[in-house]
Design a protein around this ligand. Structure first.
Ligand SMILES: Cc1cc2nc3c(=O)[nH]c(=O)nc-3n(C[C@H](O)[C@H](O)[C@H](O)COP(=O)(O)OP(=O)(O)OC[C@H]3O[C@@H](n4cnc5c(N)ncnc54)[C@H](O)[C@@H]3O)c2cc1C
Length: 476
């Protein structure tokens, strides 16, 4: 009778995969009154637009993405999907704000060959840089993604392409984030062949082709995954907002007789004789297995007393706080450029990480809707320890005015400070997660961990993390 801790996307997915394997009864325990974790959509039914407080788009490419699409199909959400097609400006145009102006990132081969305003040289030169640059002076286990990219492709690419991209992925600092975790394939190519391009060429001639993951082959052949590939989706969301996803998942769980407890905080975990005792809001429940889909620092608090060294390892995964500011203007044509939005390299030393042009991506009923992401790794440096939402809104609007030249007053705004919302995959993350899972196995704890803390921050990653965790449990 497994108990799943956490009713975010990862916990709900874990319960779904358990119930799909006819493992019953399953209980999901969620501390707050709502399900979905960071996925939170606030539609304005009167004006016909949506504010997303957390994730808003999902990537459709790759095996993990196919797994999500298979799940969406199983939930009957295929007709709710809103894809962005390759010709759409939100698919083609991504911008960087640097040196007091917006620059469009090259998105075609032609663009890569040309001189652009952002980089000192055409991007193609970074390929030659990689071909000429020696491999790292010694074999490395891991290093910051910034150092790797700077060594292989030049400092400009590290500063103006990779650093803002890392802000967009995990609100983090490329000078701290692990290349082994986020770009393992490229990193291995350098370590093995002495360069990324060399590695690609030699690998395709002499290397063994990685066979597609057996357990994901079926997902890759699902109707929705095939449709996404055929139609070339760039990214997608759901009509009515991404929160439709956890809602539909929860509905499916109820159908499959999974018990879902909300307002039920797990306060402590104890283990004895292959069993776990879960303290839920003061009441003890015994179970033969616990799957934790909680942020790692929250799980640390639960095991602190009995397993302080496990708690210490869990706490060594840092988290950052992001302020999300949604703004809506009644006018529809306030943006000079149609694009997905823009990101800001940390070297600009601004409090904003980037701005998403929601109304360019999806239909917002002829309103201009934007989301400003702020803080992240530098939240406290810019905003101090206890910033007010009023100050945060003021800062966001000031930057929208400076950068996008928007002088209008928004009709509606929402400010949320999402405390410790994004885990940071700092150098050594892969080894850290391995140590956590090894500790659990060595000590024979009836516990498994999944979710954003361990296996990747994207929606696709947390769902696949849940699936793999359930598969590894049911194989034993
Ligand atoms: C601002 C923001 C924007 C993002 N944008 C994107 C995007 O566009 N695309 C994308 O793919 N990904 C995006 N992500 C990442 C993605 O949303 C997350 O990685 C994912 O939602 C995490 O899911 P999870 O289930 O692992 O964790 P969470 O969502 O953190 O769920 C954990 C759950 O556990 C509960 N909980 C905590 N403590 C306890 C306890 N003691 N007992 C019981 N329950 C407890 C919490 O209340 C929560 O519901 C974004 C994230 C953020 C924060």
């Amino acid at each position: 009778m497994p108990i799943v801790l956490g009713g975010g996307l990862s916990g709900l997915s874990a319960a779904y995969y358990l119930s799909k394997r006819y493992i019953q009864p399953v209980t999901v325990v969620e501390a707050s009154k709502r399900l979905g974790g960071w996925v939170k959509s606030e539609p304005d039914p009167e004006k016909g637009f949506i504010f997303e407080a957390g994730p808003r788009t999902i990537r459709p490419k790759g095996p993990a993405a196919a797994n999500t699409l298979e799940l969406l199909e199983d939930l009957g959400l295929e007709n709710e999907i809103q894809p962005i097609y390759p010709h759409h400006p939100a698919a083609r145009v991504r911008m960087i704000y640097a040196r007091n102006r917006l620059h469009v990132l090259p998105s075609s081969l032609g663009g890569v060959m040309k001189q652009t305003s952002l980089f000192k040289e055409p991007l193609i030169n970074s390929v030659f840089h990689d071909l000429k640059a020696p491999r790292s002076s010694q074999l490395l286990d891991d290093e910051p993604i910034y150092d790797f990219v700077s060594r292989r492709f030049g400092n400009d690419v590290a500063q103006y392409a990779i650093s803002p991209m890392i802000c967009g992925i995990c609100a983090g600092d490329a000078k701290e984030i692990s290349v082994r975790f986020l770009m393992n394939d490229l990193f291995e190519k350098e370590q093995k062949y002495g360069g990324v391009i060399k590695g690609m060429l030699l690998g395709s001639l002499f290397g063994k082709r990685k066979s597609p993951d057996e357990s994901l082959k079926k997902a890759q052949n699902s109707n929705l995954a095939k449709r996404a590939k055929e139609e070339g989706w760039s990214i997608y969301s759901l009509k009515g907002g991404l929160e439709q996803f956890p809602r539909a998942l929860a509905g499916k769980l109820v159908e499959n007789n999974v018990e879902i407890k909300t307002n039920a905080e797990c306060k402590k975990l104890k283990f004895y004789n292959d069993r776990a005792v879960v303290n839920i809001s003061g009441n003890e429940h015994e179970t033969d297995h616990v799957i934790s889909a909680l942020p790692s620092h929250k799980l640390a608090n639960l095991v602190q007393q009995e397993h302080p060294s496990l708690a210490c390892m869990l706490r060594s995964i840092p988290y950052v706080t992001v302020a999300v500011v949604n703004v809506q203007y009644d006018l529809c044509d306030l943006l000079e450029d149609e694009a997905f939005g823009f990101l800001v390299p940390p070297s600009e030393n601004l409090p904003i990480l980037g701005v998403i042009f929601d109304s360019c991506c999806f239909n917002m009923n002829r309103k201009t809707v934007l989301t400003v992401m702020m803080g992240g790794r530098w939240f406290h440096e810019h905003f101090g320890l206890k910033p007010s939402t009023k100050d945060i809104l003021k800062t966001a609007l000031k930057h929208l005015k400076n950068i996008l030249k928007i002088e209008e007053t928004p009709s509606k705004t929402a400010v949320r400070i999402l405390e410790d919302c994004i885990p940071q995959y700092t150098v050594g993350h892969t080894a850290r997660v391995e140590n956590i899972r090894n500790y659990i196995e060595r000590n024979g704890l009836p516990l498994a961990v999944c979710g954003a803390a361990y296996d990747g921050v994207g929606v696709n990653d947390v769902i696949l993390s849940a699936r793999r965790t359930v598969e590894s449990l049911t194989q034993c």
